[in-house]
Write a protein that binds this ligand. Structure first.
Ligand code: ADP
Ligand code: ASP
Ligand code: MG
Length: 411
């Protein structure tokens, strides 16, 4: 009988020190002894990635992207080699592989590379040799053999991609909370753990700030129908299963709330309201890999309008550099930018075709004294951009307004 392949990913706080790595090693051995082939994907230990970014910034405000990727990739190499050493010290057969060795092939976009394909042969060979295979998450290799990283939180995506290419039946993501909650449990103490959630809802939550899962991990999970179980590294509590087959009408319409402090706003002032202007602004931003989130164009007066959009804070400087010269060429009066913003989103598949959710969201925010600066929506999400310092109050108010602390509330 062939053994099943189990893919387990452990996040940074779960491998934060040698004792935690030893504890994880014991869990992995238990899985192995139950008879499965085990592939482990690891994040860097604790705050290592932040520390490495800080280190690079000791030398310049804008570290070279290629060098930075190699530097950051070392964080996951430290944790994965240490785990392999710990497993071997426990008498297990184990081997660590970096992203390239594990066949994670990416495009060449440093700091935000996308996985193009996974060549699983080496991992499969090591499993056949009887090894527990420990893969360094968050990294891959581009066609020119340069090391790339997948963006913050990207080890989740490594794990789901490997699970798919190895033919695993599920991908386990172990973290420092018991699963996916109705809101960030570190912010909202009454947040409730969900037993299951569908890909679309999880994708919106993750994209709009619920960092418990990397959004691209959910995206490829959905594409290949790979169930993802998010659970605790430290306990055996039942986690949250992310999958595609949830009965829609049996559950509450608003499923969860996401928040995100990573918001910066740019307003291009007094632009001529004519065809081609939005394209002239947004095409160069896209060409530079800057992802624009909310876009609002005001009603024009006398053929002149303002255009506002949001980007992540890290991209603000580059966005402003790109937009500056464009302002001149399109005859805009100038541009202003601001930090200090955040966003809150309510998410739920059941909201589509049910009117009234936006109004209820705005009322809850207004009752809490929160001013809304911008609004964006999808079929299953409503997002409000607000002041950063109001985010906690806003999430709290929305969590109560939609009774998310209650089981099976009909909100
Ligand atoms: P890891 O290092 O394991 O990848 P992360 O820090 O990336 O862990 O993600 C886990 C964190 O995500 C939790 O500690 C929690 O604060 C945060 N989080 C945000 N939104 C949610 C949510 N809806 N459910 C659970 N956790 C959430
Ligand atoms: N170590 C990387 C980060 O901190 C990747 C990850 O943890 O998933 O973003
Ligand atoms: Mg993470």
């Amino acid at each position: 009988m062939t053994m099943a392949i189990v893919v387990q990913k452990y996040g940074g706080s779960s491998v934060g020190n040698p004792d935690k790595i030893k504890a994880i090693a014991r869990r992995i051995v238990a899985t192995r002894e139950a008879g499965d082939d085990v592939v482990v994907v690891l994040s860097a230990m604790g705050d290592t990635t932040d520390d490495l970014i800080e280190l690079a910034h000791e030398f310049t405000e804008r570290p070279d992207e290629r060098e930075l990727d190699v530097l950051l990739s070392t964080g996951e190499i430290v944790s994965s080699t240490c785990l392999a050493i710990a497993l071997r010290a426990m008498g297990q057969c184990a081997i660590s592989l970096n992203g390239g060795q594990a066949g994670i092939q990416t495009d060449g976009c440093h700091s935000r590379a996308k996985i193009i394909s996974v060549i699983p042969e080496r991992v499969l060979r090591e499993l056949e040799n009887g090894n527990i295979v420990v893969v360094a998450g968050f990294q891959g290799i581009a066609e020119d053999m340069d090391v790339t990283t997948l963006g913050r939180g990207g080890s989740d995506t490594t794990a789901v991609a490997l699970a798919i290419s190895l033919g695993a039946s599920i991908c386990h993501i172990y973290t420092d909370v018991n699963g996916v909650y109705t809101a960030d449990p570190r912010l909202i103490t009454t947040a409730r753990k969900l037993d299951e959630i569908d890909y679309d809802e999880m994708l919106e939550l993750a994209t709009y700030g619920a960092r418990v899962l990397h959004s691209r991990a959910v995206e490829i999970g959905k594409c290949y129908d790979m169930p993802i179980l998010v659970a605790s590294s430290f306990s055996d509590a039942r986690g949250t299963l992310i999958h595609g087959g949830i009965k829609m009408e049996l559950r509450n319409k608003v499923r969860g709330i996401a928040h995100d402090m990573d918001v910066a706003k740019v307003t291009v002032r007094s632009v001529p309201d004519q065809p081609g202007i939005a394209c002239a602004i947004f095409e160069p931003l896209a060409d530079h890999g800057i992802s624009v989130d909310t876009i609002v164009q005001n009603i024009s007066t006398e053929g002149i309008t303002d255009l506002t959009f949001t980007v992540s804070r890290n991209d603000l400087d580059r966005a402003v550099e790109i937009v500056g010269p464009i302002c001149q060429s399109i005859g805009a009066k100038g541009h202003v930018s601001s930090l200090g913003l955040g966003k809150v989103s309510i998410v739920g598949t059941g909201m589509q075709n049910t009117p009234g959710y936006a109004a209820r969201m705005f009322k809850a925010l207004s009752d809490a004294g929160v001013n809304i600066e911008l609004i964006s929506t999808s079929e299953i999400r409503i997002t409000c951009i607000i002041r950063e310092e109001k985010v906690k109050e806003a999430v709290d108010a929305l969590h109560r307004a939609f009774s998310l602390g209650e089981i099976d509330c009909d909100n």
